[in-house]
Design a protein around this ligand. Structure first.
Ligand code: GLU
Length: 464
């Protein structure tokens, strides 16, 4: 291709469920390539699966891609020179294209019933040969039937194409039977609608998940038969695998749901950084990449072929790094939706101790929920109650600031003759109801003084 401006790529998610992690990953690689080449990134909605499509799932696709700042240049909500961008609004186009193939003798109507096709398949099994449609309707179609599907008359031979990840790919199309391009309900199959749209929308590169690698020869044969120019190249990106190495499944693996990451407080820029490294290797030890650095360094040559296992530990580490890099005010702003009961001033005061401890924003709830709940006082033995009273004593007159609280408590620890752990654990338990909290001086200082003192006093004077 002579002019780099003309690069056009797309993602084509199907709105059949929650937004999938794989969609974000594919979108990211498309966006990186489009921006590197100053090209155009298109969002097409593949919604020809009548039974499973829902408009709210389409909205989730928009919402999650926008959350990740993976903005598209053309799409159903944006319009563009090749609209419409929803396949359900392009049915006339597929009908016309199928009719053209039939006229040219490159496709034909198939009147076989599901039972007849099943019988063919069983026969092939019995004879231990791979199944291919018999072509009965090409050579000797049954008379008097009305219901038909349209099959592509597969030309066979070798299909060769360039994959930017895997190099030259060759498929033996003699192994491919005549496949259905329009179903008996008049809807196109994915295998047909996708290359028709890729051609009409002038896609120059098709970047998608590895699960589509085996579809590419089918789609290239159709592009050839329709007389369109082939895309310059394909790129099939490694599958994302679950932490246990299994294929990521919508039902079994929570990490497949993109919105889970938003709900748990992963920063979109951290998730993008993580996704870039999942399947791509920069060739250096660098692990934190700004968007610009990704644009400069990403290349398909360094994309791995094998499946990429999801690794929570690494994501948590990366997210923690991004959290620590945020300015305090910005972190407070992002935390607000996770702790809606707290006023901005309290959140801001909680930032210094939280910042070094969190790897995701939702953890703030575990650290801070004692501020809006009232934990039941624990039972104390006499010696512990005595130490709590000593703490109350030094806290009574202290200015209610973390540093001042820390100083008097350290004095009380020294006086008590026990270690810090033993002295602070019951205080923590009384004030928060938990074994783990922010450092005790912050824990206390974040509560209004009278509330903190009340909890401590109540625990030392249990009602009989
Ligand atoms: N609708 C298909 C999917 O979501 C699109 C695949 C493609 O990019 O061709 O997997």
């Amino acid at each position: 291709m002579a002019v780099s401006e003309s690069v056009r790529v797309r993602i084509a998610p199907s709105p059949t469920g929650f937004a999938h992690l794989g969609t974000a990953s594919t979108a990211l690689y498309n966006v990186l390539f489009a921006r590197q080449k100053k090209g155009t990134f298109v969002l097409r909605i593949d919604d020809t699966d009548l039974e499973r499509n829902r408009p709210e799932f389409e909205d989730l696709i928009y919402e999650s891609l926008r959350w990740l700042a993976l903005e598209w240049d053309e799409g159903p909500d944006k319009r563009g020179p090749y609209e419409p961008y929803r396949q359900s609004e392009r049915l006339d186009i597929y009908k016309q294209e199928a009719a053209r193939l039939i006229n040219d003798g490159k496709a034909y109507r198939c009147y076989c019933t599901p039972e007849e096709l099943e019988a063919e398949r069983k026969q092939a099994q019995l004879e231990k040969r791979p199944y291919k449609y018999s072509r009965r309707c090409l050579t000797n179609p049954p008379e008097g039937r009305m219901v038909f599907a349209v099959r592509f008359n597969v030309p066979g031979g070798e299909v060769v194409f360039t994959d930017m990840v895997r190099g030259e790919m060759k498929f033996d199309a003699d192994l491919i039977g005549d496949f259905i391009i329009v179903k008996s309900d008049g809807y196109p199959t994915y295998q047909f609608a996708s290359p028709v749209d890729d051609s009409l929308m002038k896609m120059t590169h098709v970047i998608r998940g590895e699960e589509h690698l085996s579809n590419t020869p089918y789609q290239l044969m159709l592009i050839d038969a329709l007389g369109y120019e082939r895309p310059v190249a394909y790129a099939h990106m490694p599958l994302i695998l679950a932490p246990d190495g299994a294929k990521l499944s919508k039902r079994k693996h929570p990490e497949s749901n993109l919105m889970l990451f938003k709900d748990q407080g992963y920063l979109p820029e951290a998730l993008i950084n993580y996704l870039a490294l999942l399947g791509w290797n920069p060739g250096t030890a660098q692990e934190i990449f700004t968007h610009d650095e990704l644009l400069q360094t990403f290349s398909f040559e360094r994309v791995q072929h094998a499946g990429a296992r999801f690794d929570w530990e690494k994501l948590n580490w990366i997210n923690g790094e991004y959290i620590r890099k945020l300015a305090d005010e910005e972190l407070a702003r992002r935390l607000q939706p996770f702790v809606p009961n707290l006023d901005p001033a309290t959140i801001e005061r909680a930032i210094p101790p939280l910042k070094t401890r969190m790897h995701k924003l939702a953890q703030a709830v575990d650290y801070l929920d004692y501020l809006w709940t009232d934990p039941a006082p624990p039972a104390l033995d006499a010696a512990t109650a005595e130490r709590v009273r000593a703490a109350i004593n030094v806290l009574k007159d202290v200015p209610w600031e973390p540093e001042a609280i820390e100083a008097v408590l350290e004095g009380a620890v020294e006086e008590s003759g026990v270690g810090k752990g033993k002295f602070y654990t019951p205080l923590r338990d009384i004030v928060t109801g938990k074994k783990v909290s922010l450092p005790i001086h912050y824990t206390l200082a974040l509560l209004p003084k009278e509330v903190a003192m009340h909890r401590l006093q109540r625990a030392t004077n249990p009602p009989d």
